[in-house]
Design a binder for this molecule. Structure first.
Ligand code: HEC
Length: 114
């Protein structure tokens, strides 16, 4: 291997390394979402299936929709609800994407009635 080839190889390895670091840092993290969502489980259930009538199920819901809903409650322009506005206020953008990832990956209830 001559010097140029060696440099190119080292450079590629570094570049790929950096890219994987960046993607890991930006990817939504369902495990983190689960931790942050502990306060939500009282109503929405750890399995994303609501515990009382009048509370929506979140399991298997579309991830973008969940993010959009949480942003809407947090910003309080398009959506307002005394409970959810208060719940969404302290969430960061990162919390929102992690939480949305967590609930979207849970199996939806489908046709199997409780
Ligand atoms: C005290 C009960 C309660 C808690 C705690 C709670 N929620 Fe909710 N959530 C509700 C109710 C009730 C609604 C329906 C509100 C409405 O009519 O807009 C709702 C709606 C939502 C929606 C919109 C669902 C849809 O289909 O449009 C999302 C997303 C959501 N909650 C996420 C969360 C997250 C994330 C947390 C924790 C940070 C949380 N909720 C905590 C009661 C709760």
């Amino acid at each position: 291997m001559n010097m140029t080839q060696r440099c190119t190889t080292v450079f590629s390895v570094l570049t790929i390394g950096c890219f994987s670091l960046i993607t890991t840092a930006h990817a939504a993290d369902a495990a983190e979402g689960k931790k942050r969502a502990a306060v939500c489980f009282a109503c929405h259930g750890e399995s994303g299936i609501a515990r009382s009538p009048g509370i929506p199920n979140l399991a298997g819901q579309n991830r973008d929709y969940l993010e959009k809903a949480l942003h809407a409650y947090r910003e309080g322009q398009q959506r307002q609800d005394p409970t959810m506005t208060a719940m969404a206020k302290p969430l960061s953008d990162k919390d929102i994407s992690n939480i949305a990832m967590y609930f979207s990956l849970l199996p939806a209830q489908g046709d199997s009635h409780r």
